[in-house]
Design a protein around this ligand. Sequence first.
Ligand code: MN
Ligand code: MG
Length: 659
Amino acid sequence: MPHNFLSAMSRRSFLATGTATAGLTLLHPFSANAAAGQAHLRIMETTDLHVHVFPYDYYSDRPIDTVGLARTASIVEEIRAEATNSMLLDNGDLIQGNPMGDYIAYERGMKDGDLHPIVEAMNVVGFDAATIGNHEFNYGLDFLLKSTAGADFPWVLSNIATKQGAAPRDDTTLYKPYVILDRTLTDGSGQEYQIKVGIIGFTPPQVMNWDRRHLEGNVQARDIVETARAWVPEIKEAGADIIIALSHSGIGPDAHTDGMENASVPLAAVDGIDAIMTGHHHLVFPGPKYETTAAVDPEAGTLHGKPATMGGFWGSHLGLIDLMLETDGGAWKVVSFESSTRPISQRNEDRSITALVESQGDVLAAVQQEHDETLAYVRRAVGKTAAPLHSYFALVADDPSVQIVSQAQKWYIGEMLAGTEHEGLPILSAAAPFKAGGRGGPEYYTDVPVGDVAIKNVADLYLYPNTVRAVKVSGAQLKDWLERSAGMFNQIEPGKADQVLLNPDFPSYNFDVIDGVSYQIDLSQPSKFTAKGEPLNPGASRIKDLMFNGQPVTPDMEFVIATNNYRASGGGDFPGAKGDTIIFEAPDTNRDVIVRYIVEQGTIDPKADANWSFAELPGTSVLFDTGPKAADYIDSVKGMAITPAGDGPEGFARFRIEM
Ligand code: MN
Ligand code: MG
């Protein structure tokens, strides 16, 4: 029987399913070749599921083939059938990260005895153990403990304590630091053995900053590697034959530094750990996204020569570690291994996506009700807007669709920097219009009327799954950031009529508007930078009257700018945003921050405050093309004379601006 490795508490219908398909499935070579006294143990990992059970994108309100535990579950069935012994583990970040998670946390709640839908689905799939990711703390400890209470499998987390002692092993941990699972292992001759599998879990200690409002005074965090060095010997002493680390932490630097966020590499070096399940980065390992280092082999899938895996995110992949174990009559040890991953979908050459498996029906059925309720939730108002949220004029005037993003980013970074060394620095925010016509066509604009705002509108406001970053820049860098943005526009000759305003080679997502300062853009001057951000006219200056709090910005002033990971790490090649100015890397997506901002504010009022405008050029006019629906909003654009000027190409409408 291939499935005797399942935990005693997971007697489930998939036993029958797995057995039925086993005849059609090729055994893994470790299972096929194991001799007497040798056994193949396959360890599967899901990670960063973020409440994705259905293959569905709730933000855009349509099915997608790249996500969903219901799909991953179908591969689990295949993979179990290929191995004599297998286990399934989850690496955390599971109760937060999509609208279903928000719906349960903000709307339905978790009463005693309620099952969280992701846990309900995991119970159906049959997990052996799981750890706690950083996002598990987003909704507070009470919600977390109620959410994990309904699991048919144990949770492990060693580096978060409700009461810290002198050393890690003196801590009163929030969850069990580790478990030892007693399992029946079948060797190559069919002989059964009892073995003990130790499983220990870790989460980034940065949760103390990221969820300060929930955690401060309630729990304390320890360094991942320090904690592992303390507990792993105890797991060995307690009789574990093998030890698996569930590291909700990325594959980062080789060298250990105290309190590091992405600690999986030095963790792997800890004596006694046999295999490392990683995550948090939302990447695939083994795989080409990681570079070879002295300790990391991204082709073989090893960290310090030990097997490691990372199974993507949102159920996109299953991480796999195959161990060949051997016994000397007493203990079992690992004699060879393989690391790999298996995807649920593939991207074709024409960029289309093909699903590689169907959803497993019983997993869908388990959370069908919550799925239906989430659909209703994303389609229903979660807040109100007192101003229309549209992007028709986002490239020519301060704009509500950009304003709301900056309001939410400033609010969030203000909370995150409170109590840090950066508290008190002025917080500005950079945001660019994402949906602003262009190649997307004349309907490709954000357009949410006054009144109700639904979750699905937020995807419209913030198109990309970026995460929030804060950078610290000088007044000089701030000005150059704006000079870089101002490359959006052609140079305009004063006194001439109907000149083309926008540079067609300049993508709108690189037109950063910075909120929190005021400035004018003088288009009679040449651009300082090319459309790609290369220096063009080093002495040029289009940005005029740059003011903060009524005072001119001087080159030596200091500012924090809230932005996203793309910009902060060098995307668009912006001065002051080349990766070396980052002071805060948020775990949250800009989209989640906007949703949270709207939910907490109730009513938002993202009226553009006209903090930037074009400098006056008397007797000069320019033309620009935007969506035809822009005509409804002409009057709401402050301080600017805009009139219709006929049709543009391909369904666009043309407007004239008197400078
Ligand atoms: Mn995650
Ligand atoms: Mg994470």
